[in-house]
Design a protein around this ligand. Structure first.
Ligand SMILES: [Zn+2]
Length: 89
């Protein structure tokens, strides 16, 4: 399970979850705008509390992602000159 995908940073668990939630939230908003179809509501609308929690989590995740640059656990290497990863000596 290697993640090569040109990622200049690896994410810690928290930011990984936040990242996924932000993506879900973004796609959901896109669906709402384009098709007036709320995926989260479709999936979890039957349990309003769960639906609400997902919205809140997505919102929190957005805030969390703002600060991923200063997260020690994320091991960001973006500050370094952008060039292909070289094998360690
Ligand atoms: Zn992190």
């Amino acid at each position: 399970m290697e993640m090569v995908k040109g990622a200049c940073r690896k994410r810690c668990g928290v930011h990984w979850v936040a990242f996924v939630l932000v993506i879900i939230g973004a796609i959901n908003w896109g669906l709402v705008g384009a098709f007036d179809w709320n995926l989260v509501n479709t999936l979890f609308g039957g349990i309003p509390t769960v639906e609400m929690i997902i919205y809140i989590l997505v919102g929190i995740s957005g805030i969390v992602m703002i600060f991923d640059g200063m997260c020690k656990g994320c091991g960001c290497v973006c500050e370094m000159p952008a060039k292909p990863m070289e094998p360690k000596m």
